[in-house]
Design a protein around this ligand. Structure first.
Ligand code: IFM
Length: 466
């Protein structure tokens, strides 16, 4: 029954978080939170910001589950000092954010918008004043709509335009920002945005999705030299959403399906970034949809980076699914495991398995966990407290897994929790909360949740983090 299920879920989640201390990690380990521009900023019509593909997509009936948009979001555009204070008070030493390109480049070939640059300049100064090392992401999905009108990421010109954007931002902020992430989760841009159509720009075409993935990776490669020219001491990388995968059974067809799924989910991005080109098995399978790749592109994509950003949320079990597009593979839910409100499996051991796999197969150098977090049905108690012990346990257990993986020799140098604040969760609107801080979207009041208090105590090495 539903009630029995509720009870069981409660039992699974009401665990004691594992004993773990900040001193289990290196002294120079980075402790951060992540956010992104469209999800928190609001201020959509301010500072000369132009329309993004997400503004447009949100207008499409049915695209966003609660009919909302990021037009106001957390109003971070105005409230950023308070939000950075929250980060400082948590005890973070790093903060990952993204720059909204529609605030910076207002039209094709336009000069950088001084108002947009000034906003991020103030924001970066605010981080430094609070002891937060700025980790800047150049693209977290908010492409200007005028570029989409010219074909968006399906067009090669969009990759070149991205390098110009990277140049403009790094020239302006590179004196203070030393950590640069070109793209956040190119898989989502390509597949959610251009194959499934559940993210902006809402296209459903596999060939387009693969071409988009190539142009996004190419733009990463073209942005690297621009950033390095402006910021000689920059540390530059990319943040990929990666998943540990297991075949649903020992049957050869499930094992093969799992390898195909891995080919698109993980290897399609990891391989070219590490100088191997696109995986041959997937290229063979997708022959008709394979992207146009020009001479020199793969060299540009494989240019050395300084770290790999890994966004980890959940593992997947894969079975053979005849006829299922695009690769005849399907995700099947694992039985009897805890799941977040999104239905995502909670698996701290998956984080360790993923890191070990990436290091064994690619030897990428330093890894930063650039996102990790969970969504639950948070409620504000009469006392104003948010008792989100599931999120706290998710955080603690993933940190314990990280500690053990590092003890086993992995080179993970930092961890960014997703997210500092509840925010606009894309197609889910405001129905999914990932924050360590609760946001009342009516009043914009921020309240640190139990998980945030736990993270703060952990970072301050207090007894009650145990
Ligand atoms: O909110 C997103 C974020 O923008 C990208 N990574 C996953 C998060 C949770 O879905």
């Amino acid at each position: 029954s539903f009630q029995a299920h509720q009870k069981m879920t409660k039992k699974i989640h009401a665990t004691v978080p594992p004993a773990i201390a900040r001193s289990d990690f290196a002294r120079d380990f980075l402790w951060g939170c992540s956010t992104s521009s469209y999800q928190i900023e609001g201020g959509a019509a301010e500072g000369g910001r132009v329309e993004s593909i997400w503004d447009r997509f949100c207008e499409r009936p049915g695209a966003i589950r609660d009919g909302s948009s990021g037009a106001v979001a957390c109003d971070h555009y105005h409230r950023w000092p308070e939000d950075l204070d929250i980060g400082r008070d948590l005890g973070l030493n790093a903060y990952r954010f993204s720059v909204a390109r529609p605030r910076i480049i207002k039209g094709p070939g336009a000069r950088p918008n001084p108002q947009g640059l000034a906003f991020y300049s103030r924001l970066v100064d605010g981080m430094l004043e609070r002891g937060l090392e700025p980790w800047l992401t150049l693209y977290h999905w908010d492409l200007p709509q005028y570029l989409q009108d010219q074909g968006g990421w399906n067009e090669r010109a969009t990759a070149y335009a991205f390098a110009d954007f990277a140049d403009a931002v790094s020239a302006h902020l590179g004196d203070r920002v030393k950590h640069w992430i070109t793209h956040n989760e190119p898989w989502c841009t390509a597949i959610h945005g251009h194959f499934e159509g559940v993210h902006a720009p809402g296209i459903q075409d596999f060939r387009t999705a693969l071409q988009v993935s190539h142009h996004v990776l190419l733009s990463h490669g073209l942005a690297l030299p621009a950033i390095r020219a402006n910021v000689p001491d920059a540390q530059v990388g990319i943040a990929l959403s990666l998943h540990p995968l297991t075949a649903a059974s020992g049957k050869p067809e499930d094992i093969a399906a799992c390898a195909r799924h891995d080919g698109l989910r993980n290897r399609w991005f990891l391989d070219p970034l590490h100088g191997r080109g696109y995986p041959a098995d997937i290229l063979d399978l997708c022959a008709a949809d394979a992207p146009v790749v020009l001479p020199g592109d793969l060299d540009a994509i494989a240019a050395p980076t300084d770290f790999l950003g890994v966004n980890y949320y959940f593992p997947e079990i894969i079975e053979h699914a005849p006829g299922a597009a695009p690769l005849e593979a399907r995700v099947v839910p694992r039985e009897g495991v805890p799941r977040t409100a999104f239905g995502w499996e909670v698996s701290p051991e998956g984080l360790g398995a993923l890191i070990r796999r990436i290091e064994a197969d690619y030897d990428p150098g330093p890894i930063y966990i650039t996102e990790n977090g969970s969504t639950w049905e948070d409620t504000v108690g009469d006392d104003g407290e948010i008792d989100d012990r599931e999120r706290r346990d998710y955080l603690a257990s993933h940190l314990a897994a990280l500690r053990d993986t590092i003890a086993g020799g992995s080179r993970v140098k930092g961890y960014f929790a997703w997210s500092l604040l509840d925010n606009f969760e894309w197609a889910e609107g405001y129905l999914r909360r990932f924050g360590l801080t609760h946001v009342d979207f009516e009043t914009q009041q921020r309240r640190l949740k139990g998980s945030g208090k736990w993270y703060r105590a952990f970072l301050k090495q207090e007894e009650d983090a145990q």
